[in-house]
Design a protein around this ligand. Structure first.
Ligand code: ZN
Ligand code: ZN
Ligand code: FE
Length: 746
């Protein structure tokens, strides 16, 4: 029977070569009709034998373009025919509703790479080569629909050849919005830091190569912003970069020519290899090999390193000239967002670099590189940004209202909740500086504009002094939009629920992180919460300790260790011979004791992140941090999987009491590795023991669960495979916005 069918697809189906694919497929099956993009996705109307239509739809799913991500499909069958004569690709129809996704920026595909390095191709060594399967998307998009005129490519007019490709349904570049070539597209320019032009086009890369091999630091404009680049095997160059950036220990990411080069320097598992090679090309944290020529200054004291592969044509060309691993770190002034504009680069980066490689394709949206790590078969986000944002996360239910969630204070992302999706922004960063606060606001309005969105509700953290909370309050007052505040660790728990598609049930979430503002005004961070979408109950938490000097203690593990010594042993602790005590003079210790005793700026905390710090100080590993999470990262590298025992602790009235833990630790005469291992084992034992009290699913959220050892041990102990981990958002505060979106919305 000949029938007519209308098939609709929603999801990431525009700008991925979906229509030309459908066109070819329909012709293969001999079906007549049309395909078009509308505001919701792709609509296909076909006429033909019912059986053939069925096979055609199945083939769409089986053979769809790699980047297409189908969220939903609907099929309607009609008896009446329109007698189409051929299959056509029709003009886009704009509807008022905007449910189409903006795609993230995708790394150069293999077909484009072949052209890039084929001397006979018209795009030979052209740094802006792209097609419907690859290239910039979100970073150049100003608004929807995703058409060239709404991107920063609007100022370039396609030449005859490019236009032909663009209009040919059988071409890989059919409706590839950023399509360009050396004749009509953008170009690269190498300048000195005081704006003198040195060279352009491929000549610029030749100069750049010499500068890099000479040990210089250069700035290179990429997809979502500028990178600072230097030779990763040159200690002097890396050291110079550290001194100029005043970033003394925080690890730098390294870009390698190809996966073989990565394997020469690191030990990668199968899952890590797949992730490194994926079209998103995130930075993947992997184990370093010993004794390579990679500079030790790249990740001091750590046994791991962040690696990634070239993802833009410019990177690939650069590696054709420089066959060495390159430090590629986001170019920014400390704590500020990544630099994206050319003028901004000359203004802000001239202190760090002597040479700046710019191009004239503007970046609309700043997007940092994403960072992930793998544990067994799972991949965890540390930062969900380029390659992933702004694709939405699908929620387990439809939201009652339109929600704007503004995140917390560190690693901030914002999210829009619309129907059954959370559109989570790229990584914005810590809202410490004016520049990052501006980017925060800019991102919110960009998302409003892109998705034609206005919130019914705005959700922020509970902390009264977070910039995001104040912004939400202000927005709410000015615009009469309801403002709700959600406690930080509860938001972690909610985000874990949504991330695992939990609906009705309550779960026990272990929320361990740096610190977050608690209901009692103390700084929580070692919490066991029973969570559902309406409410939470704090059933267990680490016994409070004082942070001597507040913020100062967050940066100085020795202060946390001292405070715990005072708490457990009182003044007696001062006679011990411990690395922590050697850090202070006798006078300092007695005045800190007074401060501790009299509660002068000593907020209470239950943070497990801080307990890691305390242990690292007591063991002489790290006394003052040069970046967040440093002590935990070093301790991970010291863990010994053959150690199975742990220290003692008590569970009393909802409190985890760790006095005996620290006494055991101080008295333990084993070497540091064993003590670190016993400490981490104790944390796992605490989780297992507390969980036994509840017949609930158990899940993990908070920055502490970026610890690979901790996650590995939990997975080893999870016989029934019932533990819940984050999947689509980071366990750290980058996932807070997702939790805020779903509060009270089920
Ligand atoms: Zn391509
Ligand atoms: Zn052209
Ligand atoms: Fe947190």
């Amino acid at each position: 029977m000949i029938k007519r069918a209308i098939v609709r697809f929603t999801g990431a189906v525009q700008g991925v070569g979906f229509r030309p694919f459908v066109y070819k497929l329909a012709n293969r099956y001999g079906l007549k009709g049309f395909v078009l993009n509308d505001g919701k996705g792709v609509v296909i109307e076909v006429e033909g034998e019912e059986e053939v239509i069925k096979d055609f739809i199945l083939s769409i799913h089986k053979e769809k373009p790699t980047l297409a991500n189908i969220f939903s499909q609907s099929v309607e069958i009609f008896e009446n025919l329109k007698n189409y004569k051929e299959f056509k690709i029709l003009e886009s129809v704009n509807t008022m509703e905007k449910e189409v996704f903006i795609l993230p920026d995708i790394s150069t595909c293999d077909d484009c790479l072949k052209e890039l390095f084929n001397p006979k191709d018209r795009r030979y060594l052209y740094p802006f080569t792209n097609c419907t399967n690859c290239g910039p998307r979100f970073s150049i998009t100003e608004k929807l629909p995703y058409d060239r005129k709404n991107t920063t490519m609007k100022s370039f007019h396609m030449c005859k050849d490019c236009l032909e490709e663009y209009n040919d349904p059988s071409n890989r570049r059919f409706h590839a919005q950023p399509n360009a070539c050396p004749v009509c597209g953008p170009n690269i320019f190498l300048h000195t830091k005081d704006r003198k032009l040195i060279a352009k086009s491929i000549k610029a890369i030749e100069f750049l190569k010499d500068f890099i091999l000479n040990g210089d630091i250069v700035a290179v404009k990429g997809i979502g912003g500028f990178h600072l680049v230097c030779d990763a095997t040159n200690d002097k160059a890396v050291n110079l970069l550290r001194e100029r950036k005043k970033r003394f220990e925080k690890p730098f990411a390294v870009m390698f020519k190809d996966i073989d080069q990565i394997k020469n320097y690191t030990l990668v598992s199968y899952v890590e290899e797949i992730t490194i090679l994926s079209s998103e090309k995130p930075i993947v944290i992997v184990k370093k090999k010993e004794n390579t020529d990679l500079s030790e200054l790249i990740a001091p004291d750590l046994d791991k390193i962040g690696v990634f592969l070239p993802y833009s044509p410019l990177h690939h060309i650069l590696f054709k000239f420089v066959n060495k691993p390159l430090v590629m770190t986001s170019a920014n002034v400390s704590e500020e967002p990544i630099v994206k504009d050319n003028d901004e680069a000359f203004e802000k980066l001239s202190y760090f670099t002597d040479y700046i490689l710019t191009h004239n394709r503007d970046i609309k949206n700043r997007v940092d590189d994403s960072v992930v790590f793998c544990v067994k078969d799972k991949t965890f986000f540390i930062r969900r940004s380029r390659g992933y944002a702004p694709l939405p996360v699908k929620l387990p239910f439809k939201l009652k209202s339109k929600v704007l969630a503004v995140g917390g204070h560190q690693k901030v992302t914002i999210a829009l909740g619309i129907d059954d999706k959370a559109y989570i922004s790229q990584h914005i960063g810590d809202l410490e500086t004016l520049a990052s606060q501006e980017t925060f606001e800019e991102t919110i309005y960009t998302f409003f504009n892109i998705y034609n969105f206005y919130p019914d509700i705005i959700v922020s953290d509970l902390h009264p002094n977070y910039y995001s909370t104040k912004w939400a309050k202000n927005f709410s007052m000015k615009n009469g939009v309801k403002h709700i505040q959600v406690q930080h660790h509860y938001a972690h728990g909610l985000s874990l629920m949504a991330d695992n598609h939990i609906k009705e049930e309550k779960i026990l979430t272990v929320c361990w992180d740096g610190t977050g503002y608690g209901l009692d005004g103390n700084l929580w961070g070692g919490e066991f919460l029973i969570v559902d979408y309406e409410n939470f109950e704090r059933v267990f938490h680490f016994d409070y300790f004082k942070l001597i000097g507040g913020e100062k203690a967050v940066k100085e593990p020795r202060r946390v260790a001292l405070s715990i010594l005072f708490k457990i042993l009182g003044k007696d602790s001062l006679n011990l011979n411990l690395p922590t005590l050697n850090e202070f003079s006798e006078n300092e210790i007695s005045s800190l004791y007074t401060i501790w005793e009299k509660n002068i700026n000593t907020p209470l905390s239950s943070s497990v992140g801080r307990l890691f710090d305390a242990v690292s100080s007591l063991l002489g590993i790290k006394q003052v941090l040069s970046y967040e999470g440093q002590s935990g990262m070093i301790m991970e590298g010291l863990y010994d999987y053959t150690v199975k025992d742990f220290y003692s602790f008590d569970l009393k009235n909802g409190k985890i009491v760790y006095d005996s833990l620290f006494i055991d630790l101080i008295q333990d005469k084993s070497d540091t590795r064993i003590k670190v291992s016993r400490f981490i084992n104790t944390l796992v034992k605490i989780i297992l023991d507390v969980s036994k009290n509840f017949e609930l699913k158990v899940g993990f959220s908070g920055g502490v669960f970026q610890n690979k050892v901790l996650l590995t041990l939990l997975m080893n102990n999870d016989k029934n495979k019932s533990f819940l981990y984050h999947r689509s958002v980071p366990p750290n505060d980058g996932g807070i916005a997702l939790g805020q979106v779903v509060f009270n919305q089920f």
